[in-house]
Design a protein around this ligand. Structure first.
Ligand code: HEC
Ligand code: HEC
Ligand code: HEC
Ligand code: HEC
Ligand code: HEC
Length: 209
């Protein structure tokens, strides 16, 4: 689906939406995103019966209870991914690549300036946008502080979001459905994929040399 956005929005390079945004005026942005939205929505509907090929979850389910946290806005991955949006519309991987980050409110407002504006959740979204405060999303997945973690090395090695985070496109409310943040799970996958397992891969001890 990403190729559609690349075609319609010059400047968009998987993950560079915001860089693209800076280059065009807000008006042009809205027109561009609308084009994307309608195109993508129509396509998503057309493709529904064939259900996109799914990447399998590789890590075990989280055996511990994992209610979704109360979020400042009841954002649904299910609703938005059904529109055909790629993850990179909202989750970029800026240098040094450790984090996937959360979208700027302007990314949400590019559609919600005119979509569902009568809904209380969208009015709250508009208030965050006006105040220029980032939306205080409550974090769901977190490794123990001090453990070395980077998304970039995993994405470069061909690991997909769904392998570690499960079937996000089916989730109305994001919760910690997998046990990817535990050491046993890191080690199991590293062993299976021939990735390093010496302690210093993920801990600052023992010193590398
Ligand atoms: C339209 C924007 C948007 C798109 C597209 C999107 N996300 Fe998100 N994502 C969010 C927002 C907003 C949050 C924070 C709220 C929440 O946790 O539900 C989030 C949270 C998450 C989290 C939880 C992060 C944490 O630990 O707190 C994961 C994992 C995630 N997204 C994965 C994905 C994957 C995988 C895709 C593509 C299949 C995707 N997202 C597509 C907006 C988006
Ligand atoms: C590509 C366009 C697009 C983007 C970008 C987008 N949305 Fe949406 N959003 C929609 C559409 C379409 C709906 C469904 C509207 C409906 O059912 O009336 C929706 C629905 C919602 C709803 C449910 C509203 C309700 O109460 O029915 C919330 C909340 C929401 N979006 C929040 C967000 C947030 C937060 C972001 C940014 C992280 C975001 N959206 C980004 C298109 C978008
Ligand atoms: C190899 C497993 C793995 C893969 C693949 C993976 N993640 Fe993560 N993700 C994690 C772990 C572990 C954390 C917690 C990291 C932390 O505490 O900083 C996390 C945290 C996040 C967060 C919240 C913190 C942040 O980085 O901003 C988001 C958003 C997220 N992932 C989205 C994604 C998306 C989107 C993809 C695919 C492009 C993806 N992840 C691929 C394991 C993975
Ligand atoms: C889905 C499988 C998978 C999971 C789960 C996973 N990893 Fe990895 N990890 C890999 C692969 C594959 C590489 C790339 C190895 C390479 O490039 O040679 C990698 C590389 C790394 C690297 C970079 C190593 C280096 O020196 O280049 C770090 C650090 C790392 N992982 C930490 C973690 C941590 C911490 C966890 C658990 C929170 C984790 N990984 C979970 C598959 C996984
Ligand atoms: C692939 C990444 C990875 C490797 C390699 C790794 N660990 Fe861990 N380790 C983690 C993660 C992630 C946690 C946090 C787990 C949690 O929060 O449940 C952790 C936590 C720990 C803890 C408890 C918390 C702390 O930091 O004190 C100890 C002790 C530990 N590891 C020892 C080791 C030893 C010894 C080795 C080498 C034999 C090793 N680890 C190799 C990822 C790794």
């Amino acid at each position: 689906m990403e190729f559609i956005i690349i075609q319609i929005m010059p400047g968009y390079r998987g993950g560079g939406l915001l860089r693209g945004i800076e280059r065009i005026s807000v008006v042009a942005l809205n027109i561009a995103l609308f084009a994307v939205f309608f195109f993508v929505a129509r396509n998503a509907r057309a493709q529904q019966p064939a259900a996109a090929p799914e990447v399998k979850q590789e890590v075990p389910d989280n055996p511990v209870e994992h209610a979704p946290p109360e979020q400042p806005i009841p954002y649904s991955h299910k609703t938005h991914l059904a529109l055909g949006l790629p993850c990179s519309t909202c989750h970029t991987n800026p240098a040094p690549g450790n984090l996937m980050t959360f979208p700027a409110t302007t990314t949400c407002m590019s559609c919600h300036i005119s979509i569902a504006t009568n809904k209380p959740a969208i009015q709250k979204l508009a208030e965050f946008s006006k105040s220029r405060q980032p939306i205080p999303w409550v974090r769901v997945y977190k490794v123990l502080p001090g453990v070395t973690w980077t998304h970039r090395k995993h994405l470069d090695a061909g690991m997909k979001c769904q392998m570690c985070h499960g079937q996000v496109a089916l989730m109305d409310r994001m919760s910690e459905t997998t046990s990817v943040t535990t050491m046993g799970v890191c080690l199991k996958c590293h062993t299976e994929h021939g990735a390093p397992t010496v302690c210093s891969t993920c801990h600052s001890w023992p010193p590398a040399n």
